[in-house]
Design a protein around this ligand. Sequence first.
Ligand code: GDG
Length: 741
Amino acid sequence: MTDKAKKLRGRRVVIISNRLPVSIFKENGKIQINPSAGGLATGLASYHQENEGLWIGWPGYNPTTDKEKNILKNRLLNEFNCYPVYLSNIEIKKYYNGFSNNTLWPLFHYFTTRCSYDHSEWEYYQSVNSKFCKALLETVKPDDIIWVHDYQLMLLPEMIRKEIPEATIGFFLHIPFPSMEVFRYLPWRNEILNGVLGADLIGFHTYDYSRHFLSCILRILGKEQNYGQIVAGDRVVKVDTFPMGIDAARFIAGVASEEVNAENDNLMKTMKENKIILSVDRLDFTKGIPERLQAFELFLENHPDWHGKVTYIMLCVPSRDKIQQYRMLKKEVDELVGKINGRFGTPGWSPILYMYRSVPFTTLIGLYSSADLALVTPVRDGMNLVSKEYLACQGQHKNGVLVLSETAGSAAELGEAIIVNPNNVNSMAEAIYQGLTMPEEDKKAALKLMQKRIKRYNVFRWADDFVEQLVNTKENQEKNQQRLLAGRLKQRLFTDYQQANRRLLLLDYDGTLVSFKKKPEQAKPDQELIESLKNLAGDPKNRVVVISGRDRGSLSEWLAGIEVDLVAEHGIWIKERDYPDWESTQKGNPEDWKSNIYPVFEVFAERTPGAFIEEKSFSLVWHYRKSEPELGSLRAKELMDAIRVFLNSTGLQVLLGNKVVEVKPVDINKGKASVHWLEKEEWDFILGMGDDWTDEDIFAVLPEQAWSIKVGFTAFTKAHYYVESQKAARSLLKSLAGISG
Ligand code: GDG
């Protein structure tokens, strides 16, 4: 455990997932509490036991009386550190079998034609998520670290955030996050994304899933990311990759135990000299079971010399059998197994030994340790812990081979396995042959490398890593919070302003005074803004400068009659309030360079739907606000690279602004323009406010004691303070105007 994680010992980790790590059963009228099956429950249970946190979830059983509910609640709390959320039959039908497993599960695994989009199931999904939220509120303590798990509870982070704004919340998705093209099918896509964004840290098994999520956040919610950081209100939310591990030591110790050795001896007696192929999965359409059976059949067909010498033990754990599609899959698998055994079996040999049930842990690791080859070939799988568990159990009795599907999350870490396309039956059949005939040294070498990784990044490292990053993210947020211009800080600004006699206000226009519009010419000031600026500029103690990248014409027209100073085209033109005319800070003829650059801009505009060119007297601007955001930013970067070649020793520069690429003379920037006013007088109050990269030049030239204010949060700025939105910037100016008036 890392030092940082040790420091967290004082804080309790509260895990919330659909299922508890233990399930309640009633057998012959007696209550039994057993460990739950499934990747999340088995993987995290070891971590939970070690940390003595709290786990909130459904125990798989619904007590009928309040008395029974309380008795079981107390037992779960005292014996297992678990807190139950009881779900009614209709809730299980609609929220669990319905929206979770009939909508999100198939959609996130790319089975789009299996998805149902049922409004009443969506309503239950919402109400059950709020039921989990209520359960948390009943038991949460102020310093708890809350860790929400998986696709059944994607609305929960936002719900908790509303109730406890300062809470530390992590969210981890155990299944794949699909690409934008698939995710967008979901009618409630915005709600799901916003739900998850209530967390401070959002984790996925692989980089691809993180990438898909960030792309959806950009293209559906319009939120940009910066190194996996997204601004949600006044919080920076972090998205990152944490490939889940297993409790490797538990498996390794298990293999050495007497109980498992006895199981192995029995198995070996039945199997004689036969090689054992093994697969272990929940019976689910994502696991590629029919395709795998077809591959085994083809292997037997192609390699008759292996008949009677190999047995495929197929362990399928019953799953979601209330759903029609799962019952149909069960029928298909039963028939395929019957067909293959009927076709190749002999009185002394059944090619497939099919178990449709759950087995005890010792039997499971007995199977893992004695199998010569494991077939893990899901069509899609978030991670797949079975592949790691199998490897952990190998090496003591045998050096087994792993045949692994490229679409399992674990394939990203287990590159030494025989990697297959789960839909390519031919290549899977060949992989079985290759695995069974592989030289011992090759098997051993591959196994060693993979085992080393599995032991190192185990489930404890994984969970500590997540929790540590969550706490770091929260600490960073708190630091940022101190820079938010609100409360006492805002009051101090007002007092400073009130007490000053010579005040300078340097204000950006688009994104600061007015919101962004699809067309630049639509950004006219409204009456409220005109009033605020008139009041501010009318105060004899004030000098108000509007510093914009816009052309002279628009600024003169829109701000006519207000006593403000103006800067156009980032400082190419200056108009002081007491003079009627604009003055140029530039010499030379811009047409010379424009004729070279314009055609390049044009080519990129043609290749990028929605992009267009704006020509100003001393600069050229390529806008992509109306383009598809990912294509736009890709093209913007390409355009910058293409332009740079022309700019060598021309005295020009290319800048990436807010959805614009701009070429203009090097010595022009808003900072230089600001200096013009900064040097005019001994100011005793200076405020600079802007939202864009180009406004960073203003912040850079302001003296230390000035109020430099970024509009909208970003982790990377030279400004000392920030306001959360353009609306907040306007409201701040209105308050200052009120003090003036
Ligand atoms: C989800 C994601 C992701 C299976 N049969 C028995 C048994 N198991 C245990 C295995 C393993 C777990 O169940 C299955 O885990 P997987 O990871 O393979 O798959 P899912 O249940 O679909 O889990 C998956 C996982 O969450 C974690 O993030 O990897 O992608 O779909 O631990 O050992 N255990 C016992 N008897 C059995 O018969 N005792």
